[in-house]
Design a protein. Structure first.
Length: 340
């Protein structure tokens, strides 16, 4: 009986071992080829497109050096910085620099100016850029279309220093605009010295410089629209305007939503505003021209208060992040399109 029992146990053990080996073989057969295939695909893709990967290295290095590494400097918003000392500051962590700018009247003046200037610029530029892109898309003469695009793109490539110089010359008391006003019997207006004119100058010059350049993404999205949609609309008797409303705009809505999210996310940011405000602004227009970025520059570079300037810059970044997140959530719910 004991021998029989031992034989049964041995047979059972052998069966268990065989089952275990079969399970292991199935697992290996199921997973290993997939893992190997992924690695082979990645390596094959790299060998085929190595030039593209090499091109990506340059912007990656740029962002790492000039965008991510400087983030370590945000520690200066919490620690005291002494000239010639550690770039990460000294002493214990503190929130006193945040308390300083929160109770500072000039900061809130600069903050409100930033929101107003960027808000007005967004409200005016965003629909005009979309309308201009729709108009260019309706041009059927290819040569004329390219000419319009080229002319409208050119202002984007003009240096901001040259643009501001042109604005000052045009709006000076001896400039052509004031000469025209005087010829009509009006009084000359010192536009550059009046605070109430700064916002109009800022928005108008910004629209002129970025109107054509902002149409590129819209036109690229329009080229991907299926022509059969327009043909079906024509069969249904739709006019050009109806095709734009019911075909073109719905098809490029994801692009519109994405660009709007990015613009809203930069409402408190400087973007390209710093150079223009710094070059056009003066003490007489400071009440409407001072923005957060110029305020940070003056407090940090000109006054040497690096801790205060870093705290303000960090606060600006946090506000932009909140605005971007909120805009993304709203877009996801309303337009079913989002950045993430």
């Amino acid at each position: 009986m004991s021998k029989k029992k031992e034989n049964q146990e041995q047979i059972q053990q052998e069966l268990q071992e065989e089952i275990l080996e079969e399970v292991q073989d199935e697992a290996v057969a199921e997973w290993s080829p997939k893992q190997i295939t992924r690695r082979q695909r990645a390596w094959k893709d790299f060998r085929v497109n190595w030039q593209l990967y090499l091109m990506v290295i340059v912007p990656v290095i740029y962002y790492v050096i000039f965008r991510y590494v400087p983030m370590f400097g945000n520690i200066l918003a919490f620690r005291k910085y002494n000239s010639g000392g550690s770039i990460f500051g000294t002493g214990p962590l503190t929130l006193k620099y945040f308390k300083q700018f929160i109770t500072s009247k000039p900061f809130w003046q600069a903050f409100s100016n930033t929101l107003i200037l960027n808000g007005l610029y967004l409200i005016v530029r965003f629909p005009l850029t979309l309308i201009f892109a729709l108009l260019i898309n309706e041009i059927r003469n290819l040569h004329w279309k390219k000419f319009v695009q080229t002319v409208s793109y050119l202002p984007h490539f003009i240096s901001m220093v040259i643009v501001c110089g042109m604005i000052k010359e045009l709006l000076s008391t001896s400039g052509p605009i004031n000469a025209l006003i005087a010829s009509w019997g009006g009084e000359k207006i010192p536009f550059i010295s009046l605070a109430q004119w700064f916002r109009t100058i800022f928005v108008t010059s910004g629209v002129w410089q970025s109107l054509g350049w902002g149409t590129i993404l819209y036109l690229a999205a329009m080229t991907g629209i299926n022509p059969s949609l327009y043909e079906a609309a024509t069969v249904d008797g739709a006019s050009h305007f109806q095709k734009v409303i019911h075909v073109t705009i719905p098809c490029i809505l994801p692009t519109i939503a994405t660009l709007l999210i990015l613009d809203i996310g930069g409402l408190v940011g400087s973007g390209g505003a710093f150079e223009k405000v710094y070059l056009l602004g003066n003490p007489m227009t400071a009440e409407t021209s001072e923005i957060v970025s110029t305020y940070v520059y003056k407090m940090g570079v000109e006054s040497g208060n690096m801790n205060f300037a870093t705290a303000v810059g960090l606060f600006e970044g946090l506000i932009n992040l909140i605005l971007l997140t909120c805009a993304n959530l709203v877009s996801r719910k309303v337009a079913k399109t989002s950045l993430w």
